[in-house]
Unconditional design. Structure first.
Length: 345
């Protein structure tokens, strides 16, 4: 579907009947591409230590002295991976703050996880920006996919809030794609100074990159951050962005994220109604989820019962990783998705 930036902006403004029509079309595109299945991922949070100082995140570097830091060892990660396996989920999602140490810890445990699953598993990583050689090492150890959110495609806003350049972030994404990862990126709705044009560019940037997964989350203000008094991101804009992503790339894996539920009860059901087809269940133990302060201590933690109820309400059924299915069928796929025809106005 050819979609211009101005058309995406109009989608983001949709409310009432126009929003319902947008969601209906997004669900139709999702059904044509993916059927009635929703991918389930099992996340294990490896460490809450981070070298970056993002203004919106309570795990930012400046908060390290006040945070209760943890770093899982390989055996602790394996214990949680066994729980993911026992739940019948074939995506082990290892997520962590951005520190060099995770390369070795995660790299050493990946072959053990693959053995546990008899190699029928997607190893999804979210470990932040790393050297190309580190990404290559992790891929060689058996990693399948990698999420690295660009957060905002506005270069000035990116530098202001993350104290790093958007160009560097995009270079990491290019490295991941070049190395053959299945790659995801994503954005935040409701950052200070952000415009609807910026959000439309977030979608078009992901399309131009040729990623396989894309996400959006409403901004959630967190204590002890420079943005703690900034208002929540607009959930309706975030939902409309999910729908717009689905129309731009029907084949993308698009999650209904926990921040939707945190900001609006029932928000994850609405995410699926808007065209999402992925949900992440948290398999970290309570001791560590309470210390992984991605949205503060009162974040919404998705467990299996909530996921089952949400999928039921959305009229969807759980499905396995399409990347695992493609590999089993001898269809590994291209390293990156060819961009769909689009007017990049």
């Amino acid at each position: 579907m050819s979609v211009s930036k101005s058309e995406i902006v109009e989608m983001l403004r949709a409310r009432g009947d126009a929003q319902e029509q947008l969601f209906h079309e997004a669900r139709r595109k999702r059904a044509a591409a993916h059927g009635d299945g929703a991918l389930l991922r099992g996340v294990v949070e490896v460490t809450n230590l981070c070298r970056v100082n993002c203004d919106y995140c309570p795990m930012r570097k400046d908060n390290t002295p006040a945070n209760s830091i943890f770093v899982l060892d390989e055996d602790q990660i394996m214990a949680r991976a066994r729980a993911v396996h026992a739940a019948g989920i074939d995506v082990v999602f290892l997520q962590a703050g951005e520190i060099p140490k995770t390369t070795g810890i995660v790299g050493r445990v990946i072959p053990r996880i693959r053995e546990l699953f008899d190699d029928r598993v997607e190893i999804l990583l979210n470990l932040g920006g790393k050297k190309r050689s580190e990404y290559a090492y992790l891929k060689g150890q058996g990693a399948t996919s990698y999420i690295l959110k660009h957060e905002t495609a506005n270069p000035e806003l990116h530098a202001e809030l993350r104290y790093e350049s958007l160009a560097d972030r995009l270079r990491y994404l290019e490295d991941l794609l070049d190395l053959g990862y299945k790659v995801g990126t994503g954005a935040i709705v409701g950052l200070p100074g952000q415009r609807l044009d910026d959000l439309a560019e977030d979608i078009l940037l992901a399309q131009r990159l040729g990623v396989h997964m894309a996400s959006v989350a409403p901004f959630v203000p967190a204590p002890r951050t420079p943005l703690e008094n900034h208002p929540h991101g607009d959930v309706d804009v975030a939902l409309n962005m999910i729908a717009a992503m689905r129309l731009v790339r029907p084949d993308w894996l698009i999650p209904s994220v926990s921040a939707l539920e945190k900001t609006r009860p029932g928000g994850q059901v609405q995410g699926f109604q808007a065209g999402a087809n992925v949900m992440t269940i948290n398999f970290s133990d309570a001791e560590h989820t309470d210390r992984y302060l991605i949205y503060g201590k009162d974040r919404f933690v998705v467990r299996s019962a909530h996921a089952a109820e949400t999928l039921s309400r959305a009229g969807l059924t759980a499905m396995g990783s399409p990347f695992v299915a493609a590999r089993s069928a001898g269809r590994p796929g291209d390293a990156r998705q060819a961009p769909a025809t689009s007017e990049l106005a």
